[in-house]
Design a protein around this ligand. Structure first.
Ligand code: PRP
Length: 211
């Protein structure tokens, strides 16, 4: 049996995803040990997990360093990695949205200044609306950009809406719903097809049962 290499997003979402894989028949008990290791394997069930930064999962999978990964739809839309999207896992549900200070009134005659970590998603969204924008690419704490006058609006992920609320911003438009996706490297999908299809089926069955 060939080992399947699985890139998991490090953090809150990743722990949930690992528990799910465990229940789907891919346990790897050493992953729960309190240490800072990043790679764990369980040859008995043919799986090797590694923790990577959530926004890097798709890179590992696209280049074949991982056969399988779990990435947010936000990352897939933003970077368009050349991978197969196998399943919507339904975890990590949130949405990509435009948000603005409560007092902001849009003037369509002016170029809209948009701060975001998701420049491609924002550009595509406004291009479709034929709206002129100026993108200000940031790497985090996007919510403070309109407060400090750096931008008019933001395009960012909204989960509970708490971050917006606590920074006096409000959601104005939903761009797209987001959730975690199971993705596969294209050549692994061909050359490890038995292992990958089995994994996909087990995960799909567990999703079905947990509905
Ligand atoms: C995201 C996003 C918001 C927050 C929204 O950040 O950028 O800041 O979550 O969640 P809420 O609607 O429940 O308040 P994340 O925690 O992913 O960290 P990041 O800024 O490093 O991306």
């Amino acid at each position: 049996m060939e080992m399947i290499n699985v890139a998991l997003p490090k953090g809150r979402l990743g722990e949930k995803v690992y528990d799910f894989f465990e229940r789907a028949g891919y346990p790897c008990p050493s992953i729960k040990e309190p240490n800072r290791k990043l790679i764990f394997e369980n040859p008995a069930c043919g799986v090797r997990y590694f923790w990577v930064k959530p926004s890097d999962v798709a890179i590992y999978v696209e280049r074949g360093a991982a056969d399988i990964g779990v990435a947010g739809k936000d990352i897939l839309l933003e970077y368009e990695p050349d991978v197969y999207e196998l399943l919507d896992l339904g975890f990590g549900k949130c949405r990509m949205a435009v948000a603005a200070p409560k007092t902001f009134r849009d003037d369509p005659a002016r170029t809209l200044r948009v701060a975001t970590k998701f420049s491609n998603i924002a550009a595509a969204y406004y291009a479709e609306k034929c709206r002129d924008i100026d993108i200000i690419h940031l790497n985090g704490s996007i919510e403070i950009a309109p407060i400090l006058g750096l931008s008019d609006v933001i395009v960012d992920i909204v989960e509970t809406g708490k971050t917006l609320l606590e920074n006096d911003l409000e959601p104005r438009e939903t761009i797209v719903p987001i959730s975690a996706r199971l993705i596969a490297n294209k050549s692994s999908y061909k050359f490890k097809s038995d292992e990958i299809l089995t994994m996909k089926e087990r995960v799909a069955a567990l999703l079905e049962n947990s509905k």
